[in-house]
Structure formats: structure tokens, C-alpha cells
Design a protein around this ligand. Structure first.
Ligand code: SF4
Length: 274
């Protein structure tokens, strides 16, 4: 952590992987970059990379269709049970190996708190088997995610059962440390269109393309996590803070408020803005 780190550290501090970074709002070249720089004044700025790619994949699959509060205990229980091979210096096994050979019922019980545990356990075992077959294990998969052409990595991840664009982008960002990757979840999709960073009727993929074009590569990872946090705290889906108090939003001067009508109190999806 740095001395001037804001109190709200959304990235897990130094333990979250990656390194501190500083952005200067005065030098932003686009609207989207200026928004990310301003988020850097609210939250600690950080670049990402260095997490284990397969663990990252498992974590995002556990988090599908559920909250962090539900998926975190499932992740911890899974690691506790299946990462023993990693902790044993005499073992040449790894997490991929352990999960490729896991008993499905046992894995389902372990990850129960994440919901859809039968489907998720089947997916995880199948992915582990596929990765073992193609990359040999964790180290081979890490090297592929970190070193191969990013488009090739993304395409290969998208071919895997249960891996969608957001999961693929999270693996590229958090494990590969790839700059220029700005995963678009429901918060980013909403905020980018409200603020006018992307067309009001843009789908997830178009929002991603707009932001990745306008935000410098090294700021995308931070921008993604900070925008999600900003969506939870300020620019909420049904009740953005500006609805009652125009002064309440720290980014109001950068926002076009597409679909947000403080005068009438209405909030609609930007695509349906009137
Ligand atoms: S001004 Fe309102 S709509 Fe715009 S970013 Fe802030 S909370 Fe969201």
C-alpha cells in the first residue's frame, strides 16, 4: 500500500496481486479515460496480473449467477480440499490434476454455497481435464494465458464450456496481467451508457469495444474494478445517488445521465431513454 492510498481499497491491497499505479486526470485524452482517472481519486489505483490462471477460471465459474458472499466460501472450501498437491513440495501434482480427478459428488458438496453446484462441479472437472490434456497442468496454462497472443487466448477460453466473454476477460486481466482488457459486467454496462462513454443502446460487447478503444491499456484493469465499486456505491441500477441530490455523485460533472431523470424521479435503461 502507498501512503496516499484512499481508505477505500477495492483491490485487496498488495495481497490482491499487481502493483500500485498513479493516473493524472489532467492528461486524459478521452471522456472515458477522464472518468477512469477520476475513479482513481476515489479508489486506490492498481494494475493487475500474476494470479494463477486456472484458479481464476475456477473462481469466476463459482461466481456465475451468484454473489461474492456466496461464492467466496465455496472457493475457499475448494482450495482447502483440492490444493493440497500445491502445498506439498514432494508432489508433482497441481490443482488442475486434483480437480480433473475429483469425485463429482464430493466437489459438488464442497462448493455447495455457490449454488448450481452440480452444474458448476461438472464444468470445473471437465475444464480441468481439458486443460490437463492440452496444457499439461497449471504451469502450462499460466504460460499460455500470460504469453500467447491475447486474441488467441480469448478465443481459446471462449471455446471452453461455461466460459463466456466476461470470464475470459477476467482471466486475461487478473491472471495474464494483459493491459487493454476491460471486462463488462452489469455495472459497467449500465454506467458506461448512462455517462455517455458508449452508445445508449450498446450491448456488452460494444461497450467493451468502446471503452477499450478510449482507455489506455494500463488503466483498463483498474477502471473495471473501480467502476463496479462505483456502481455499487453511487450509480446504482434503480436509484443512482444523483436522483435525489445532484451534488451526491462525485462524477456528476462527467455524466450525461442518459435514462436518469431527477426532475420526475424516473430511471430507465439508457437504451429506453426518452
Ligand atoms: S450523475 Fe447519476 S447517473 Fe451519472 S454517474 Fe453519477 S450517479 Fe450515475
Amino acid at each position: 500500500m502507498t501512503d496516499d492510498e484512499p481508505s477505500k481499497n477495492i483491490s485487496g491491497g498488495d495481497a490482491g496481486g499487481g502493483a500500485a499505479a498513479t493516473f493524472d486526470p489532467d492528461t486524459a485524452g478521452t471522456h472515458a479515460e477522464a472518468v477512469v482517472d477520476r475513479l482513481g481519486e476515489l479508489y486506490w489505483t492498481k494494475t493487475y496480473g500474476g494470479r494463477d490462471a486456472f484458479e481464476c477460471l475456477v473462481r469466476t465459474i463459482l461466481s456465475q449467477n451468484t454473489s461474492d458472499t456466496a461464492s467466496q466460501p465455496a472457493h475457499d472450501a475448494l482450495m482447502e480440499r483440492y490444493s493440497e498437491a500445491r502445498r506439498d513440495p514432494d508432489s508433482d501434482g497441481d490443482l488442475v490434476d486434483a480437480l480433473a480427478g475429483a469425485d463429482q459428488q464430493e466437489l459438488a458438496e464442497t462448493i455447495q454455497s455457490a449454488g448450481l453446484y452440480n452444474q458448476k462441479s461438472e464444468r470445473i472437472i471437465a475444464l480441468a481435464a481439458e486443460i490437463r490434456e492440452e496444457f499439461g497442468g497449471e504451469a502450462g496454462f499460466d504460460a499460455f494465458v500470460r504469453d500467447a497472443d491475447p486474441d488467441a487466448v480469448r478465443d481459446r477460453l471462449l471455446e471452453m464450456n461455461g466460459v463466456g466473454p466476461k470470464t475470459a476477460d477476467c482471466v486475461l486481466l487478473f491472471a495474464g496481467g494483459r493491459g487493454g482488457v476491460f471486462p463488462v459486467d452489469t455495472h459497467v454496462h449500465r454506467i458506461a451508457r448512462r455517462m455517455g462513454l458508449a452508445p445508449a443502446d450498446a450491448d456488452h460487447e460494444t461497450v467493451r469495444e468502446s471503452i477499450e478503444r478510449d482507455v489506455p491499456a494500463e488503466k483498463c484493469g483498474f477502471g473495471h474494478t473501480a467502476m463496479i465499486q462505483f456502481g455499487r456505491e453511487y450509480c446504482k441500477a434503480r436509484k443512482p445517488v444523483c436522483l435525489d441530490d445532484p451534488e451526491a455523485c462525485p462524477l456528476a460533472d462527467r455524466c450525461e445521465q442518459v435514462g436518469v431523470y431527477p426532475d420526475s424521479g424516473d430511471v430507465v435503461d439508457p437504451a429506453d431513454a426518452y
